[in-house]
Design a protein around this ligand. Structure first.
Ligand code: SF4
Length: 465
């Protein structure tokens, strides 16, 4: 068992036993589902929109090389420095070198999950830079020294009293439970940070190959300040975020907003095509785009699961997932939680270490049904399970399944074993729940149905008599 497996099991058990936490989480997600259903109903035909979105992303991923080439050539033509990072280490080192080259002291970031993926903050803080997250949710979890709970709603697990306490401890502000006042506190702190920042780091929701632009969508306006106030802007984008045409945004922007937060359109949608051009009054003097692979090409090479690269990180699959609702976001221990995290993390970080996430699923298919780009999520979980078994079969499972095959292909063995199982079940009844019960771990959270008193075959024979 990998260390990640036991961490997941422990964390998940703790959250499932915390009924307060689960009920808070489930109430929040019920609210999301209601709002989303209303907004979704405003689409003329949501299912057709999903189909079109899936096809556009399919085209983008199948021709990723061409689209990325077009994107970078057009950005470079306007003075952008594009860096191709094979992995997180290369991306971190490049970003650090840009910061050092400018003799920068402070860095302001706007929501970028890709930077969480490469653990950028850890490196920058270790190097002594003042790094501040400007997205409200990320700002809160940063002050609380924890990872985002959900990649769209990073602080969704915290109640306003807890946020007030975090601000009080970290910023010395008075306790207040008024959401508006809490937002104002963050705004006051962050405004000064923008003015002081030498470098702005952002993510990118989409890269438009046709025009050579990145598109950033957000609700607080912080990405605009992050990308235009500091003299240098560095954007970190996963290579799968590319879209072929500018007009594709007319579908993807409302779709991302609807699936992600239940809004018709996100508050701020910005497009950046390079550093400040001659005659422009604002924008950074330098713009760097870091294109991150970090094993995405490994997923691209897998024709069966390649469609997972269509993901637009809307977070909808987390919001409907019964496992996420019960174990919460931190239990996963990954940057991308929920069904999509369980599908892609084994590809990005190693199948054997992260295969347990594919087991943590009821396979109900709610994720696949809700996904706006029609990723076959729950079947990918099954494929991950199969691949993990094929790659490194477990001795116990081999024996178990070998025995099962042997039993099912020999009727005499099947009959005698079912008889033995009934006797065994009767003998075990008095031990149920005690230390001698071999099914105790199973019974802790589930009930094991008793073995039927007679087999169907016996029943049928008796009935005919
Ligand atoms: S897999 Fe689909 S539902 Fe889940 S985050 Fe990605 S796009 Fe959204």
């Amino acid at each position: 068992m990998s260390q990640y497996t036991s961490q997941f099991a422990q964390a998940a058990e703790a959250v499932t036993q915390n009924t307060d936490h689960r009920s808070f989480l489930q109430t929040a997600l019920r609210g999301y589902q209601k709002v989303r259903a209303n907004t979704q109903a405003r689409f003329t035909d949501w299912q057709t929109a999903r189909k079109v979105a899936a096809e556009v992303k399919w085209e983008a991923i199948e021709n990723l090389d061409t689209h990325l080439k077009n994107l970078t050539e057009r950005l470079e033509a306007r003075g952008t420095k594009v860096f191709w990072a094979t992995d997180g280490k290369e991306a971190r080192e490049y970003i650090l070198s840009v910061i050092q080259e400018h003799d920068a002291k402070s860095v302001v970031k706007s929501k970028t999950m890709t930077s969480e993926e490469i653990h950028l903050n850890d490196l920058l803080e270790k190097e002594g830079f003042d790094v501040v997250e400007s997205d409200l949710g990320e700002f809160i979890v940063q002050l609380n020294h924890e990872a985002p709970y959900h990649f769209v709603f990073p602080a969704m697990h915290l109640k306003r009293e807890e946020i007030s306490h975090i601000f009080h401890e970290a910023l010395g502000t008075d306790e207040t439970y008024d959401p508006e006042e809490l937002t104002q506190i963050a705004r006051r702190v962050l405004r000064q940070k923008y003015l002081d920042a030498d470098i702005g780091i952002s993510g990118a929701n989409f890269g438009i190959a046709e025009t050579g632009m990145i598109s950033i969508t957000e609700n607080e306006g912080n990405a605009r300040l992050t990308t235009s106030l500091p003299k240098v802007h560095i954007a970190l984008m996963g290579i799968e975020k590319v879209l072929p045409r500018l007009e594709d945004l007319s579908l993807f922007l409302p779709m991302l907003a609807t699936a992600g937060t239940g809004q018709a359109l996100t508050g701020y949608n910005s497009m950046i095509g390079g550093p400040r051009q001659e005659g422009e009054i604002d924008g950074p003097e330098e713009f760097h785009l870091v294109l991150l692979d970090n094993h995405r090409t490994r997923l691209l090479a897998d024709p069966e699961q390649r469609d997972a690269l269509r993901c637009i990180r809307c977070g909808a699959c987390l919001n409907v997932c019964p496992i996420f609702k019960n174990v919460g976001g931190h239990s996963y221990g990954t940057t991308y939680q929920g069904p999509i995290g369980s599908v892609i993390t084994p590809h990005l970080r190693g199948l054997q270490d992260w295969k347990h996430l594919s087991q943590a699923s009821s396979l109900c298919g709610a994720c696949t049904e809700t996904c706006p780009v029609k990723i076959d999520l729950h079947h990918h979980l099954l494929r991950n399970r199969r691949n993990a078994m094929n790659e490194k079969p477990k001795f116990t499972e081999r024996v178990m399944f070998g025995g099962f095959v042997s039993m099912m292909s020999r009727p005499w063995m099947y009959r005698s074993l079912t008889k033995t199982a009934r006797i065994f079940d009767r003998l075990m009844q008095p031990l149920q729940g005690s230390w001698l019960d071999p099914f105790r771990p199973w019974r802790k959270t589930r009930s094991l149905p008793p073995v039927a008193k007679e087999t169907f075959k016996d029943y049928w024979q008796n009935r005919q008599k």
